[in-house]
Design a protein. Structure first.
Length: 75
């Protein structure tokens, strides 16, 4: 039997850890601690916000509509 290691990439687990454990019931699994907060995440988030704002400045409303379609799985 294979071991499944699950490393949640969340700041906190909330009820997700329980859901993961339930899904892996019957498997040999190890649920690791969440990654938690790291100060470097702040810089990554700031960069993504700047990139998103820049793309909206370039594409305007069309960019927002495109993102919505991509995220929802619409064609």
């Amino acid at each position: 039997m294979n071991k499944v290691y699950v490393v949640p990439h969340f700041l906190f687990t909330g009820g997700v850890a329980k859901q993961i454990s339930e899904r892996l019931a019957g498997e040999q699994s190890i649920l690791c601690d969440p990654t938690g907060f790291d100060g470097r995440l702040r810089n990554v988030l700031r960069k993504r916000v700047a990139e998103t704002r820049a793309s909206h400045a370039i594409f305007g409303r069309r960019g927002v509509d495109y993102e919505r379609r991509v995220l929802s799985g619409e064609p």
